[in-house]
Design a protein around this ligand. Structure first.
Ligand SMILES: Cc1ncc(COP(=O)(O)O)c(C=O)c1O
Length: 391
């Protein structure tokens, strides 16, 4: 049995009318993982876990082997993002969702402004609104498929932006609201799906936080935050105040531990190994320009293909706001996108489904740096084939 047939078997095999479509081997991508997180893990990252078998895995996170790994992750991220002096990489357990709660305890002084343009950006706004010790946040919204802009506003001490709204495939250029200095209003960016695949300038940001299951092609469960000197000052100031903070959500505790290359409580060591292997790969090949360049190449292939099909349309109408890491393609009503996804899945092409709550007849394609642009091109050929068979 060829590896491609075996892939089909593992993906669920042939079971219904839709899934009885067999895509010719010559059209299939070399790797069928197009999910938007967890996303494709490169084989070399799994090999890095095997290489860490006797020396790092299963050893204490308070001893040099794991602490050096955490130190490598922190310095590699600083290099990847070209962070100026004074920035720190903080990390802890719980993923980006937990970081929203952490921010309500340790980053927002009183009131935050949130740009809400999809599921994930709305969740941080909800967390801030629910925190009893904070004032009512300002919510700035836009239509789905677009994003709003941050506006300077008196009384706001944190502006919450999202680099890439994974639910809709909209990305935004990161800019400080004009006239707002970092000391007055921190710019905190949810970069969960953008970090490592989109360019940004640290001069426009104070906190750039993410989890490693997207561009960094690892498992979830960690949060990581690159913090500017102004953000560190805020953490220290709130940390010295009498605001109650649960220890596991206390940024001051996370800061102190991170500086010692450790986490407050036990981290998933294999995730750190995979993350660091991905960082090594990115840096060895040219850093963020290389990684973001791969995603940009994939995006160019996907969107230009969709524009030439009369049954497919990029969901995001403004090309400047189309994400290079998460592509959303609307499908004409006479073709059921779910059937397309089922047929793709039966052929080993996985996780192309739309974001459930968006409720559109849509495909959503991960184009993180690990995903080969040639595979994105092959995927478009497979979609063409399936649509032709369905009609
Ligand atoms: C933009 C964005 N923010 C936050 C999250 C939540 O991340 P986590 O699952 O690590 O909590 C996600 C997950 O997909 C996301 O895409």
């Amino acid at each position: 049995m060829s590896w491609k047939s075996s892939l089909r078997r593992h993906a669920g095999g042939v079971s219904s009318d839709t899934t009885s479509i067999t895509i010719p081997d010559g059209l299939l991508p070399a790797d069928g993982r197009f999910g938007c997180g967890p996303s494709k893990v490169r084989h070399e990252q799994v090999e890095a876990i095997v290489a860490a078998r006797d020396t790092i895995l299963g050893t204490s996170h308070r001893k040099p082997a794991v602490k050096n790994l955490v130190g490598d992750v922190r310095s590699n991220l600083s290099s990847l993002f070209s962070l100026p002096d004074g920035w720190e990489i903080l990390l802890g357990n719980g993923g980006s969702t937990v970081f929203w709660d952490i921010a309500t305890f340790g980053l927002i002084n009183n009131r935050s402004q949130h740009l809400v343009f999809g599921e994930f950006s709305s969740k941080f706004a909800d967390a801030s609104a629910a925190a009893p010790h904070l004032g009512e946040p300002t919510i700035v919204t836009s239509d789905v498929g677009d994003h709003p802009a941050a506006n300077a506003e008196p009384g706001i001490d944190l502006y919450a932006l999202t680099h890439n709204e994974t639910s809709t495939g909209v990305s935004m250029q990161l800019r400080r609201p004009s006239g707002v200095a970092a000391e007055q209003g921190l710019v905190a960016v949810d970069a969960t799906s953008g970090a490592g695949g989109l360019m940004w300038n640290p001069a426009d940001v104070d906190v750039y936080y993410f989890a490693p299951q997207k561009c960094f092609a690892s498992d979830g469960g960690l949060w990581i935050a690159a913090c500017s000197p102004a953000a560190i000052d805020r953490i220290e100031t709130i940390g010295a105040s009498d605001r109650w903070r649960p220890a596991s959500l206390d940024l001051k505790i996370a800061l102190d531990n991170s500086k010692k290359n450790q986490t407050y409580n036990t981290p998933a060591v294999a995730t750190l190994v995979m993350l660091n292997a991905q960082l090594d790969w990115m840096l060895a090949n040219g850093g963020l320009n290389f990684a973001a360049g791969r995603s940009a190449e994939s995006a160019q292939k996907l969107y230009s293909w969709a524009e030439t099909r009369d049954w497919a349309t990029p969901f995001v109408t403004d090309p400047a706001k189309r994400s290079n890491v998460v592509g959303t393609i609307d499908i004409a009503d006479h073709i059921d996108a779910n059937e397309v996804c089922s047929a793709l899945r039966a052929n080993g092409i996985l996780d192309t489904d739309a974001y459930r709550k968006l409720g559109r007849n849509q495909l959503r394609i991960g184009m993180f740096p690990a995903i080969d642009p040639a595979d994105v091109a092959a995927l478009t050929g497979c979609i063409d084939y399936v649509v032709e068979q369905l009609s």
